[in-house]
Write a protein that binds this ligand. Sequence first.
Ligand SMILES: *Cc1c(COP(=O)(O)O)cnc(C)c1O
Length: 391
Amino acid sequence: MKKQTQAIHVPYKRRDAYDALSMPVYNAVAYEFDNAQVMSDAFCNRIDAPDYSRCENPTVSNFEERVKVLTGAKNVIALNSGMAAISNTMMALTAQGKNVVTSKHLFGNTFSLLMSTLRKFGVGCKLADLTDPESVEAAVNENTCCIFLEIITNPQMEVADLTKLAEIAHAHHIPLVADTTTIPFTMFSSHDLGVDIEVVSSTKYVSGGATSLGGLVIDYGTTPHFGEVMKNEMIFNLGAYMTPQVAFLQTMGLETLDARYRVQSSNALVLAQKLQTLPQIKRVNYVGLEDNPFHELAQRQFGATAGAMVCIDLESKDACFRMIDHLKLIHRATNLFDNRTLAIHPASTIFGLFPDKMKRAMDVNDTTIRLSIGLEDVDDLFEDIKQALEG
Ligand SMILES: *Cc1c(COP(=O)(O)O)cnc(C)c1O
């Protein structure tokens, strides 16, 4: 079966008592057992049966199972945000005295997790240019526990060569961990490119249009003990497992993901091309455009589509604020891959509390506006931006 068919037709593990067509929301905390032996078997993982919803829940398991079928992963764990997926993964992989090799081009909270939160526990963070294998090779040492990257960085839109990074990671017997939030896992196989563990903010494409926060850890089974540590230690001890209501919403989101993504990514490409014709826009930064330095690599790795995040540069911060203030249709909001188009000035918001020096080092520029392209008619979006630039 093709992925879009699978996304809708993955069978349930057990038949529902009422034959409900979509997986019911099992808002139950605990589950009853016929006898003490079965109870012990469930708690000790000798049988697959839920015992307590912080650790396993039928609605969440069903969501995880669908992602597992769609990605071919060995283990999939759903958590209650993208940051929970990233922090739980790091807690499972790192330890005092270890370090993570990554880029300065990172989602703000991930950067802060690695640079300050984990640092308090004696975990180091070594920054390298992930587009330069020599820089990565120089950063990795005997205490490195993983190489971590985002597949299209935000808002710089940098793309690293996953196969090359995987070669370096595997030569040092450490996993390559990729945050693949910006291109759906249904569109390309990160594992085929060498990624060992994928983390996703399912708040974005998967949720079905900003219905809920969620995160996924997609483990391809190539990192010894990682799956067991995640399931039996992190999920149990850190308590960030997805809740059943969210799993229901995000399962619905998975069913429409392909249809939504096709429209949003094609809108993004058409709009990016049209925006290049406007004189007020100094640069349109979108890896789907042929003149983008990462275009070829992005196509080779992720396929024909390039996602629905488009960045534009204007001449100044004032010009950015003026444009944002004059938008009539596009919403002033953060988030990515909502059904509606959103605009934000990253330097003054997401990175607003970062010192100027750090923002400069991270290539977060005052002249950049980030757009997340929705499902509207693309002509309406173009007209809105055009009038806002003239306003
Ligand atoms: C949004 C986002 C996150 C964090 O996800 P939440 O669900 O908001 O916790 C992490 N990485 C990337 C690339 C994101 O876009």
